[in-house]
Design a protein around this ligand. Sequence first.
Ligand SMILES: NC(=O)c1ccc[n+]([C@@H]2O[C@H](COP(=O)([O-])OP(=O)(O)OC[C@H]3O[C@@H](n4cnc5c(N)ncnc54)[C@H](OP(=O)(O)O)[C@@H]3O)[C@@H](O)[C@H]2O)c1
Length: 260
Amino acid sequence: MTGLALITGASSGIGRAFALRLGVEGYDLVAVGRRRDRLDQLVAALPEVQVRPLVADLGTDAGVEAVAEVCAEEPLVVLINNAGVAHYMPFVDLPADKANELLHVKVVAPTMLARAAAPGMVSRGKGTIINVSGMLAFSGPASLEELPLRRAVYTAALAHIVALSQVLHEELKSHGLHVQALCPGVVATEFHERQGLDLSSVARMSADDVVTASLRGLERGEVVCAPGVERSELLDAVFSADLAAFRGQTPQLAGRYRAS
Ligand SMILES: NC(=O)c1ccc[n+]([C@@H]2O[C@H](COP(=O)([O-])OP(=O)(O)OC[C@H]3O[C@@H](n4cnc5c(N)ncnc54)[C@H](OP(=O)(O)O)[C@@H]3O)[C@@H](O)[C@H]2O)c1
């Protein structure tokens, strides 16, 4: 199934790897990012492919609206919500404008771009939405000692993406759509160094392998794709436990909260 794919954060890393792979597979592309020179390099790297660079800052309402307009107007077959920043700072040091930018890029943009693209996909009876989250989405219960560099707003944004994708997939699958939350671990891109972290000594997956997992995961019908998790039953156990807790509630106050 080829056609038009829109990829956010196509100027580097995982987004660029998606663009190169889908371009070679015969998709036309809309490539979104802020760095025009990097988008132009992508265009040059795919001379046989129709690539439309779209400069937009998804950290702003205006940027999200501009890209949402394209998602609503163009007959997208694939939407890849990949752009991201993490702002690796302790919560009390995170400036409000940086928190706002992160929430725009990782929460508002994926939500609103999916919101803009889905009606057209439903009316055409096909479409794939890939939302790039990360394994930290499952790290909530970990201690600070185990994950000293994990940050609250970024982790919460990734968890939003997983829940959004799971619920959207259920809602849209009968209309011929597939929604995937893609959850890489640490990937060898510019992501960390651009934000002041040197992870070059840490073993990292390639962006290309992340893309391979995502596309194979779609073929396998996966809604949550975790490229680095060998034992997929571990993910099944997480979701079964989520549902067991959800289904285990009653309208009665639980015994441990009752006065003795
Ligand atoms: N690298 C990892 O270890 C890792 C692990 C788990 C999840 N992820 C997720 O993977 C996604 C891609 O990251 P990456 O590793 O490929 O890092 P990357 O090479 O730094 O790519 C990030 C992309 O997001 C775009 N972007 C950032 N802020 C933007 C904004 N305000 N408006 C528009 N575009 C913006 C960047 O483009 P411009 O700078 O040109 O705007 C760039 O193309 C992110 O969402 C990240 O959360 C990464």
